[in-house]
Write a protein that binds this ligand. Sequence first.
Ligand code: BGC
Length: 446
Amino acid sequence: MKRKLLSLTLAAVLALSLTACGGGNDAAETTTDAAETTEDAAAEETADAAETTGAAASGEVANKDKPLVWFNRQPSNSSTGELDMAALTFNDNTYYVGFDANQGAELQGTMIRDYIEANIDTIDRNGDGVIGYVLAVGDIGHNDSIARTRGVRSALGTAVEKDGAVDSTPVGTNTDGSSTYVQDGTLEINGQTYTVRELASQEMKNSAGATWDAATAGNAISTWSASFGDQIDIVASNNDGMGMAMFNGWSKAEGVPTFGYDANSDAVAAIAEGYGGTISQHADVQAYLTLRVLRNALDGVDIDTGIGTADEAGNVLTPDVFTYNEEQRSYYALNVAVTAENYEDFLDSTVVYAPVSNQLDAETHPTKNVWLNIYNAADNFLSATYQPLLQNYDDLLNLNVEYIGGDGQTESNITNRLGNPSQYDAFAINMVKTDNAASYTSLLSQ
Ligand code: BGC
């Protein structure tokens, strides 16, 4: 009798959790059917169904030992950038998936400098001899944002060293060139020397605390353009969400080249209308890696399967699109510049990467349940590019993923929705703040 009750409860919980996940309908039906048959058979069938779906894992593997992947926001100290190795080595199956921030930052800076060089005859709109740019900063405590600010300043000669690294502090306004966070840069082009100035830069954080905020960038460009618009020759942004807000709000109509990062579909399409360029951080590779490392850990196979080593379905990545840093437990996708020359190849940012687009066999890779959160449901990159890609890959990898969207401001808004980690076989986490890994690992350690 006890057994029956237990099995029925398990069946109900299982059916509920599967329905809540919005997937795994077949398994849910199997379980419901099982609950309806006679008691002993029901108990057995339910146990079987639970095993196949992986929900039974709850009782077998402790939450602290389940595969965990951090993505997009690397556990690290938001002031110093130092990696949070405790979070990155939480258990044997813990990894980070992101992209090579320095390589991408250098690429973004070079892309802007190349544009200036190619357009030097027309770039200085008011002819004052100074090539002026404004810069939208995403999050001063996010190492990817810091790297991009440094990359632009280094390439344009405006960088200033502080404590052995390029200062990434936003200048506020610097129309007179007096800021100590940057210097006036010089570019030698065709034997002539030109001055480059960071006229203004600001962290785009809204009053509620959300960073990388596109609306804030839209407001900033209105303010900047109203007071020194004719001095602005270039608009640069740490990402496309903010870049497109500035482009649509001002620079498109003025014909001022605007540069972003992420290669979101709308930004790539805007290149045809004068958006200067963007960087693809190979989200198609990152989204795959995010789920693939979980799949491999759940299957108990070598972590490189379907990554550096082809799996039985033929999925494999080549070294030109990613690197793995063993010590940091981190996978980094490599970046590609997207400009007027090649943008037509990047128009849809949600298409899976062909070399890793083969369906895994459902027998050898049975469905598993994954809890995954996006730190801010309103983030352009994560919602328009990354999540749609994840949703394409979860089917190919037979993962039943529950997607949780945060508000971009409070960690508890997300952690509150990880009330029952035992329901899941693995976790993929995108923190609000890179310092906050322990808010999640403490839940898994309970
Ligand atoms: C993206 C940004 C995004 C941020 C969120 C970055 O990698 O470039 O667009 O807002 O991640 O953490």
